[in-house]
Design a protein around this ligand. Structure first.
Ligand code: GDP
Ligand code: MG
Ligand code: ZN
Length: 176
């Protein structure tokens, strides 16, 4: 969070804090480290996200003994190539395990059908019961509870746009 303006943080929190527990962190400024530890202790967790977002740095701040490599240039050079990558389960000194996933260029874990995507948008659920069609995918159907909720502001427009964008990506991916 040392890289963001207060307004950017507030906008993010407005959208996501009703949906998920959010912990604001900075590996550089040592912010949120103790709080995130309470979620990881004695659990098996994974750190996921695009390469370069700071996963390994954050893990080093949480548990310096891990000594993970940070800011690897080679990761960027290998982007797009089908290199063999693997994930190792690392043990925390304070109890628990974590998988520091290797960097990926973009989120591409499309091991599901396009019509299943809506299940990952947790806030859609309570509105989809008002859809006229029970197999509604909330895109072109009339009388759609999800689209109504976007209209009224109950569902964030940014989230709905992300839904449409990822839906198209999953559809394209399935055609390959
Ligand atoms: N300003 C700032 N830079 C960070 C922070 N965490 C990581 N970085 C920098 O971001 C780059 C990528 O970090 P890295 O941990 O390798 O990201 P990963 O690919 O997600 O594991 C490095 O140059 C880090 O120094 C942070 O909290 N604040
Ligand atoms: Mg890393
Ligand atoms: Zn719908």
């Amino acid at each position: 969070m040392d890289l963001l303006e207060k307004e950017e943080i507030d906008e993010f929190l407005k959208i996501y804090s009703p949906l998920y527990p959010i912990i604001l962190t900075s590996a550089k400024k040592n912010i949120g480290i103790e709080e995130i530890k309470t979620y990881l202790k004695n659990k098996i967790s994974t750190f996921a996200g695009m390469s370069g977002v700071g996963k390994s740095s954050l893990l080093n701040a949480i548990n310096p003994g891990l000594k993970l490599k940070v800011g690897e240039i080679s990761e960027k050079l290998q982007r797009g190539k089908h290199t063999t990558t693997y994930t190792e389960l690392l043990e925390f000194d304070f109890g628990g395990f974590v998988a520091d996933t290797p960097g990926f260029a973009a989120f591409e874990v499309y091991d599901f059908e396009p019509d299943e995507l809506q299940n990952f948008f947790v806030e859609f659920n309570e509105h989809s019961m008002y859809c006229a069609f029970n197999d509604c995918i909330h895109i072109n159907e009339p009388h759609c509870g999800v689209k109504d909720a976007v209209e009224s502001g109950d569902i964030s427009e940014i989230r709905y746009k992300n839904y449409l964008k990822i839906y198209n990506e999953v559809e394209e991916y399935q055609k390959r």
